[in-house]
Design a protein around this ligand. Structure first.
Ligand SMILES: [Ca+2]
Ligand SMILES: [Ca+2]
Ligand SMILES: [Ca+2]
Length: 474
């Protein structure tokens, strides 16, 4: 009998939930899921799918979708998360909508999770009365299975960034799901109340654990635990700490990486904030992954800026909007593979998101966003204007404006002089708002168990050798 993936609270039956969910869960993402080297991947555009970076893979590997083989021809790892996007030769007949509301709004939404990992293994008992607390990770699997859960919180991990955390509860019904190795790369879909559409919200990454009944970590084991009474897990800073109860799985949050996803799918080469310094243009690069780029040059009396998008292919765009932050779009010009957007009223000491609507390159259609933080006179891009910026600006006074010092020409007039020094002094003490967010993170003191996976296709129905304690811990 084939073994099935995703560990369910209600049953160890290997045939459960191995076909598309129905009823209230119909159309909840199963139809967008394929297999990549025996693991999960989700179609997100005409010729792109997304999965987890830590599962590896090589260009030329096959992605199987609806029984059709697609050969990968390019990989796009996200430098700031565990996401990886692959391009394929050929066109998919359908693709998943990406979560379209703000990061953090997934919390408390019901989810459907899809994986290809291990089945439910032997029972684990806990507590003085040896009651059932969960199940060991069972045998490896290569068959797709779904389960449900709820996004309990956003967990911010120092390595993997913002993650959806889904606790494995004993009172949440028979389809309540936990994950195990082999489920990595599979999808989390949520029903977004803003659109009433099931949207891709996460990519499976990790689980709590391993567990030990001893604070020394002796005889540790991996398991899906809905009750961790008396168990310990590795702490984030070493040692063993009381396990979060219940344990949970983690998926990389899609919403915070929309920019990277859209830029990749649409072949965006770069976005810059461009200003003329006299007769010469200089560009502040606005990266699509990681913290937004910081524009430090003054926008003048009406706070004008110009963003230039460069795509690999010629595109069309319906319009551009400021989707967050203070500012407005004055003009949009599309010329071949270049989209130039002029902005006005872009206030200082804030971050804006500019969204190009319905970018179309003839193959894929998607919105594309760019984020720009504006902090006039932050010449060293450290999010505050202080004596370091004043010293910087003074040190270049009288020099010609070049690629290496243009940030000190704060008024962008083509000269580095006393006017820039006066400007930086007048802005001293300003800064960008803190990016640190305080959210409920019940396991903030523990480390994550990233699913250990071979980069090549796992042998179905085989048990991976147990890793030595600590080998997979950070
Ligand atoms: Ca739950
Ligand atoms: Ca600074
Ligand atoms: Ca100047």
């Amino acid at each position: 009998m084939p073994l099935r993936a995703v560990i369910l609270y209600g049953t160890g039956d290997p045939t459960a939930n191995t076909t598309a969910p129905t009823g209230a869960l119909a159309g909840s993402g199963w139809q967008y899921e394929g297999a990549f080297n025996g693991l999960g991947g989700t179609v997100i555009a005409t010729n792109y799918f997304i999965t987890a970076k830590h599962i590896g893979g090589s260009v030329g590997n096959i992605f199987v979708f609806n029984g059709v083989n697609y050969t990968t021809d390019a990989a796009f790892p996200d430098p700031s998360s565990d996401l990886q996007i692959w391009r394929v030769a050929g066109n998919f007949p359908t693709h998943a909508p990406v979560f379209s509301s703000a990061p953090g709004s997934e919390v408390n939404l019901g989810l459907v999770v899809i994986g290809r990992g291990r089945q439910r293994g032997s029972a684990v008992t806990v507590g003085d009365d040896s009651h059932l607390g969960g199940w060991l990770w069972g045998s490896f699997d290569d068959v797709q299975r779904w389960g449900t859960n709820v996004v309990g919180s956003i967990f911010i991990d120092s390595t993997y960034g913002d993650l959806l955390r889904a606790p494995f509860n004993s009172d949440a019904g028979p389809n309540e799901a936990h994950l195990a190795p082999g489920d990595s790369g599979g999808a989390v879909f949520v029903l977004n109340p803003a659109t009433n559409v099931w949207e891709l919200a996460g990519i499976n990454l990790a689980a709590d654990g391993p567990f030990s009944a001893s604070q020394t970590g002796a005889n540790s084991f991996d398991a899906a635990m809905f009750d961790t009474t008396g168990l310990f897990v590795p702490g984030a800073v070493g040692g063993w700490v009381s396990a979060p109860n219940p344990s949970a799985f983690y998926a990389t949050e899609i919403a915070v990486h929309r920019g990277f996803i859209e830029a990749t799918v649409m072949g965006l080469s770069s976005v810059v904030s461009r200003k003329m310094h006299g007769n010469t243009a200089f560009d502040v690069h606005l990266p699509e992954s990681g913290p937004p780029g910081i524009e430090c040059r003054s926008g003048g009396m009406t706070n004008n800026y110009q963003l230039v998008f460069t795509f690999a292919n010629d595109v069309s765009v319906t319009n551009a909007i400021i989707s967050s932050g203070a500012g407005s779009v004055s003009t949009v010009a599309v010329q071949g593979n270049l989209v130039t957007v002029n902005l006005m009223g872009v206030m200082n000491a804030q971050t804006i998101t500019l969204t190009l609507k319905n970018v179309n390159d003839g193959i894929n259609i998607s919105d594309v966003e760019a984020k720009m933080s504006v902090l006039v006179a932050d010449t060293n891009a450290d999010r505050s204007v202080d004596s370091a910026d004043i010293t910087n600006t003074k040190s270049q006074s009288g020099s010609a404006v070049t690629e290496s010092n243009f940030r000190k020409d704060i008024n962008a007039d083509g000269f580095l002089d006393s006017a820039d020094i006066s400007l930086v002094k007048s802005k001293s003490g300003t800064g960008l708002p803190s990016t640190s967010v305080t959210l409920s993170a019940p396991v903030g003191s523990t480390s994550l168990r990233t699913f250990p996976l071979p980069p090549t296709k796992p042998r179905p129905s085989a048990i991976l050798p147990r890793k030595k304690s600590g080998e997979q811990r950070r």
